[in-house]
Design a binder for this molecule. Structure first.
Ligand code: FAD
Length: 309
């Protein structure tokens, strides 16, 4: 068995495993894809101290850095169940289908995935105008026309944020009203370069083969098909945490996020959470890595305060 088992090998899991290995703790790191969501992005310009890198290159550096330590890395298996220890300081079990691993402390770092619109053109033009991250990609659309899909808090926050960077924002909401907090809606409506379209069902991302050129939608009230000319589409219809496998084992919010405190502790002693799969506000690489370090130090704290059975 391990002393610490980190599940999920994105930025949060990589940081956690480096921190525990540096304390001489026997550490395992198991994840489906080494690098996580970073693999799906191109330009990264906000990883502080690195002014520009690209997703796959960043994932390679994560792997190389982890490789400098005595960490057992297994890439491929997906965790399917967590069985918490039945005694204080005891071994937790993580199941991967038929196989299982045990550790006195487990760091949950399985990240999240953006919900997609599921319309033609969305995948084809991903990173060619279709994007999911306003903090990351806003500056790429300086002065241009863009749409934000989704009128919840994240969509409206994104639209307010982007209105200060891009030329024009159209916010598209499926329902006949936005669900964002009123104060955010009021702020949005006060901006001169923003239009809001309600009751609109997006139907297709249109492009010229290289880049996005427009967005088709259906006006749900009249049934009419409409098209907007624009260069960017920010999809903000939800971030889904990869925590289905944790139901019943640790406390999750109604959105499925692992509930963690400031030390990364979950509802189960010795089980920590880090990064996008948790309630940590703001889903970003530097934030996830900081949380990974916090969770690792809290795992160490758990190990020195309890004894193995
Ligand atoms: P993830 O990166 O999601 O990694 C989790 C890992 O766990 C994945 O490898 C996943 O496959 C694995 N996993 C999931 N379920 C299981 C399971 N059951 N068992 C085992 N493994 C599992 N942030 C920035 O700061 N700057 C940017 O420029 C930026 N650009 C982005 C662009 C895109 C297109 C996207 C999608 C995100 C971007 N982000 C950016 C956000 C950033 O990628 C995330 O905040 C960060 O990757 C979160 O790290 P994480 O380790 O918590 O989770």
């Amino acid at each position: 068995p391990y002393e610490v088992l980190v599940v999920g090998s994105g930025p949060a899991g990589a940081a956690a495993s480096i921190y525990t290995a540096r304390k001489g703790i026997r550490t395992g790191l198991v994840g489906e894809r080494f690098g996580g969501q970073v693999l799906d992005t191109m330009a990264i310009e906000n990883f502080v101290s690195v002014s520009y890198t690209e997703g796959p290159r960043f994932a390679d550096s994560l792997k190389e850095h982890v490789g400098q330590y005595d960490v057992d890395v297994v890439t491929g298996p997906a965790a399917t169940e967590l069985v918490p220890a039945d005694t204080e300081g005891g071994y937790h079990t993580v199941r991967f289908g038929g196989a299982e691993l045990q550790a006195r402390s487990v760091v949950l770092a399985t990240g999240a995935r953006w919900r997609h619109m599921g319309v033609p053109g969305e995948e084809e033009y991903r990173n060619k105008g279709v994007t999911f991250c306003p903090h990351c990609d806003g500056p790429l659309f300086k002065g241009k026309r863009i749409a934000v899909i989704g009128g919840g808090n994240s969509g409206v926050e994104a639209a307010i944020d982007l209105a200060g960077v891009v030329g024009h924002v159209t916010l598209i909401e499926f329902l006949d009203e936005m669900r964002a907090d009123q104060v955010l809606q009021d702020k949005l409506r006060s901006l001169p370069n923003v239009d809001v379209i309600l009751s609109a069902r997006t139907t297709e991302v249109v492009g010229d083969g290289k880049q996005v050129t427009g967005l088709r939608y259906e006006d749900r009230a009249s049934g009419e098909a409409r098209e907007l000319q624009l260069e960017g589409i920010f999809v903000q219809i939800g971030l889904l945490p990869n925590t289905e496998w944790l139901k019943g084992a640790v406390e999750l919010t109604d959105r499925g996020e692992v509930v963690v405190d400031a030390m990364g502790r979950t509802s189960v002693p010795g089980v920590l959470g880090a990064g996008d799969c948790t309630t940590v506000p703001y889903k970003q690489i530097v934030v996830a890595q900081g949380a990974g370090a916090t969770a690792a130090l809290s795992a160490f704290d758990h190990l020195i305060r309890t004894s193995a059975p």
